[in-house]
Design a protein around this ligand. Structure first.
Ligand code: PLP
Length: 381
């Protein structure tokens, strides 16, 4: 049975060249980068090379890159760190109803600590209303926390406009670019964000490594206190092999960004038009154009997504219902619910996300099975 992985927004397989780049740091180059002897120096150089590779992918200064354990830590550091540092200025945060749990639950936590959070609505296509954002800003607002691209629908927010509003009003902007980096061009310098979260395992690096990009001069308090690593912005001996792998993955992503983006878009469009012609009552969720090239979120009328997932899994195909975190928890998708979808459409929503290992053959295999499965599940229901 073939194994076809179509869940690349949940995580990606580590690129073989990334593994190669990491191996020496498990074998011989074991030094602590803070040590000034030969063993430390050899490793320190690799860390700084990775910093440059990450900075180059997202167009920021290498000094603005702070290595972390991943997207969630970067987001926690950004939101809680800004809230603590700017508390005397105000206690209002603006976010949206479709953020990843890392952002959402940081905001919920801060609400318990006395902050007021405005969760902006989205429309039926998952798009943000910039006018509503601008009117939500008050003289108490210290931070706007919003995502670049949505993990469930792939919808891309107007992040440059968000950054513009934030900078005009003197409010910090934290952009969760975990799903965007490596899939679409991300330009930190032009974004006018103060902070931006990245995660390695979404772009073919290992799990447990990521970065927080912090614009020079941004007021924030570190989350993890200890040694002076990362210029006092994140304590702890660095995950050297992971960071080296993350750097290599960023280098590969930068070199293949346009080509790979177009290729994934072609695969996704081939799949969507194939489904459209072979299956009735299918609805695409999210903005039709402003979305990631690799992501498709579809509701199959009168089909339970979980049952369809099981059927696909039996044939070796891995897809997801809603977000990876929500899957299995039987909770309703916060994202689809914010888009005003009814319960039945939400329960029948499947996320298919392509990656670098997928080919047209995978799409053909899926299209060969899906119409029959959907028909069978509909007859059962
Ligand atoms: N933000 C978004 C949009 C995500 O999709 C994810 C992971 O699914 C995260 C943040 C959390 O990243 P990590 O898994 O590296 O903690």
């Amino acid at each position: 049975m073939p194994r076809i992985y179509l869940d690349n927004n949940a995580t990606t397989p580590v690129h073989p060249d990334v593994i190669e780049a990491m191996l020496p740091f498990y074998r011989n180059s074991f030094g602590n980068p803070s040590c000034i002897h030969w063993a430390g120096k050899a490793v320190k150089g690799a860390l700084e090379k990775a910093r440059m590779q990450v900075a180059s992918l997202v167009n920021c200064a290498p000094a603005e890159v702070v290595f972390t354990s991943g997207g969630s830590e970067s987001i926690n550091t950004a939101i809680k760190g800004v809230a603590a540092a700017r508390r005397t200025r105000g206690n209002h945060i603006i976010s949206t109803r479709v953020e990843h749990s890392a952002v959402f639950n940081c905001c919920r936590y801060l609400e318990k600590e006395g902050f007021r959070v405005t969760y902006l609505e989205v429309d039926s296509e998952g798009m943000l209303d910039l006018h509503a954002l601008a009117t939500a800003v008050t003289d108490q607002t210290v931070l706007i926390a919003a995502m670049y691209a949505n993990n469930e629908t792939g919808v891309i927010f107007p992040v440059h406009e968000i950054g513009e509003i934030a900078s005009q009003r003197g409010v910090y902007f934290m952009c969760d670019a975990v799903q965007a980096a490596g899939k679409v061009p991300v330009n930190f310098k032009e974004l006018r964000a103060n902070l931006m979260a990245l995660s390695g395992h979404k772009l073919y690096a290992p799990k447990g490594v990521g970065a927080l990009i912090i614009r020079d001069g941004t007021q924030f308090r570190p989350l993890i206190h200890g040694g002076p690593q990362e210029r006092n912005r994140r304590a702890g001996t660095e995950n050297v092999a992971g960071i080296v792998g993350f750097g290599k993955a960023c280098e590969i992503a930068e070199a293949s960004l346009h080509f790979e983006g177009e290729r994934l878009c072609r695969l996704r469009d081939m799949m969507e038009s194939g489904i459209e012609t072979s299956i009735t009552d299918v609805k695409r969720n999210g903005h039709p154009v402003r979305r990631l090239p690799n992501t498709s979120n579809l509701s199959f009328g009168n089909v339970y997504a979980e049952l369809l997932l099981e059927e696909l899994d039996k044939e070796g195909i891995a897809v997801s219902a809603g977000s990876a975190c929500a899957a299995g928890s039987r909770e309703q998708s916060r994202v689809l619910s914010a888009m005003g979808m009814d319960g039945a459409s939400m329960r029948s929503a499947v996320r298919i996300s392509f990656g670098r290992e997928n080919t047209e053959k995978d799409v053909e295999y899926l299209l060969g099975l899906l119409p029959v499965m959907v028909k069978r599940l509909r007859n059962k229901g």
